[in-house]
Design a protein around this ligand. Structure first.
Ligand code: THU
Length: 139
């Protein structure tokens, strides 16, 4: 992915983070999914007064993509945290599994851009979630 496309995807994730509903953690997160037709679908974290029901930004973005009928074609993901100053934020374990579902549907191995204020860590989803369980296991 060229530098310009990468910067656009990260910018989309930052814009999504502005809509984060994170009054309990005060840790706004944004995610942007890039598909092979150029479409970008974003999400932010959505928390709840019942704390354990929080939805991560990546999960919200994947749910939006599936709800719009997408079934694969995921080529890249950007994840940003408005408070991720030093260490780049990386998708939580559950989100890795959720991202894997869309990736597996289209047999892609998306590049995950893990972003902090001064750094971008580029890592393949297969490296974040080796030996993933996916739809193929179910027959
Ligand atoms: N969060 C995400 O949205 N994505 C991640 O991958 C890590 C954590 C959210 C969940 C919660 O709303 C807040 O960050 C603090 O954990």
């Amino acid at each position: 992915m060229d530098h310009e496309r990468e910067a656009e995807l990260i910018a989309a994730a930052y814009a999504a983070a502005e809509h984060a509903y994170a009054p309990y953690s005060d840790y706004p997160v944004g995610a942007a999914l890039l598909f092979d037709d150029g479409a970008v679908i974003t999400g932010c974290n959505v928390e709840n007064a019942s704390y354990g029901l929080a939805l991560c930004a990546e999960t919200v973005a994947v749910a939006k993509a599936l709800a719009e009928g997408r079934r694969g074609g995921l080529v890249a993901v950007a994840v940003v945290g408005l408070k991720a100053d030093k260490e780049p934020i990386t998708p939580c374990g559950r989100c890795r599994q959720v991202l894997n579902e869309v990736a597996a549907l289209g047999s892609t191995n998306p590049l995950v851009l893990c972003v902090s204020k001064d750094d971008v860590r580029r890592v393949a989803l297969s490296a974040l979630l080796p030996h993933a369980f996916g739809p193929g296991h179910l027959g």
